[in-house]
Design a protein around this ligand. Structure first.
Ligand SMILES: Nc1ncnc2c1ncn2[C@@H]1O[C@H](COP(=O)(O)OP(=O)(O)O)[C@@H](O)[C@H]1O
Ligand SMILES: [Mg+2]
Length: 267
């Protein structure tokens, strides 16, 4: 791939161990501005760990992260969020007893000063929350509803709205359609398309290749803590991606006529 401009995000040589488990073995990953990247691979390939590093939840043991060419380190998720990188967790990380608005503004409430006293600006937060749902194209019950009363798809929408609300430039979604019905899956796809149209990049971790084919630009395939292949969505098909997920090699890496084993032996 030739690139005439700096990639939005460039991760290079990322390694991560958990005790005796090597989760990442030197991963390079680039993401373009507004690109929708499908990150795929078997369980334990290292997808979630890589994305937790990019969103500041974990620190890498080695390797670098550049944003628009500048080296960055994230001490915590707030540091990543300050640069516009957000992650929607697999379990949504919502507080069931709190309202939609309270969940969206948790930890970053809008306040106003009145007679010298700082109070929560409920009206402003409710208004912003409704705007966020409008932008991602999802209708939900009134924003005062407690999150526990929402369907799975609606909770997902709250998690996405929360992530994309604030000067966001990248949203990472970890298996967003895993537990959803067909119509909720359609909504997640539509949301991703809308985010892309507004210039926001999306990294979609998914076992459902059809979601990446529907809304993605590029596949990145991981296995055993490595990136083993990448393909433009327009330049591949499901059988090829599945076989690369299983084999952990990119057949295009093998020179023609070479019958030898994988150029990247597994662990
Ligand atoms: N917090 C953790 N503590 C110990 N091991 C972990 C932790 N997180 C991930 N791992 C291990 O790292 C490897 C990669 O996991 P993960 O990134 O979750 O893979 P994936 O998301 O592709 O399924 C697995 O072997 C997993 O058990
Ligand atoms: Mg995972």
């Amino acid at each position: 791939m030739t690139r005439t401009e700096l990639p939005f995000i460039a991760m290079h040589g990322i390694t991560k161990r958990f005790g005796g488990v090597v989760a990442l073995r030197g991963v390079d990953l680039e993401v373009g501005h507004g690109e929708v990247l499908g990150l795929v691979g078997d369980n334990a390939a290292g997808k979630s760990t890589l994305m937790k590093i990019l969103s500041g939840a974990y620190q890498p043991d080695n390797g670098t992260i550049r944003i628009d060419g500048e080296d960055v380190t994230f001490a915590d998720p707030e540091a990543a969020r300050d640069l516009g990188l957000e992650m929607v967790y697999q379990d949504f990380a919502l507080v069931p007893e709190l309202s939609v608005t309270q969940n969206i503004f948790l930890g970053r409430e809008i306040t106003r000063r009145r007679l010298g006293v700082s109070t929560l600006d409920q009206r402003q937060m409710a208004k912003r929350a409704r705007e966020l749902f409008e932008r991602i194209g999802i209708r939900i019950p009134p924003v005062t509803t407690p999150v526990r009363a929402l369907s799975g798809g609606q909770q997902q929408a709250v998690a996405i709205a929360r992530a994309t609300g604030f000067d966001c430039r990248l949203v990472i979604m970890d298996e967003p359609t895993a537990n959803l019905g067909a119509s909720a899956i359609d909504k997640v796809r539509e949301t991703i398309t809308r985010l892309k149209a507004s210039g926001i990049a999306v990294i979609l971790i998914s076992h459902r290749l059809e979601d990446v084919f529907a809304v993605g630009d590029r596949f990145v395939v991981m296995k055993h803590g490595r990136v083993v292949a990448e393909r433009a969505v327009a330049d591949t098909h499901a059988d090829e991606i599945v076989s690369m997920i299983v084999a952990g090699i990119d057949p295009r890496d093998r020179p023609p006529g070479d019958q030898s084993a994988s150029p990247q032996p597994g662990p």
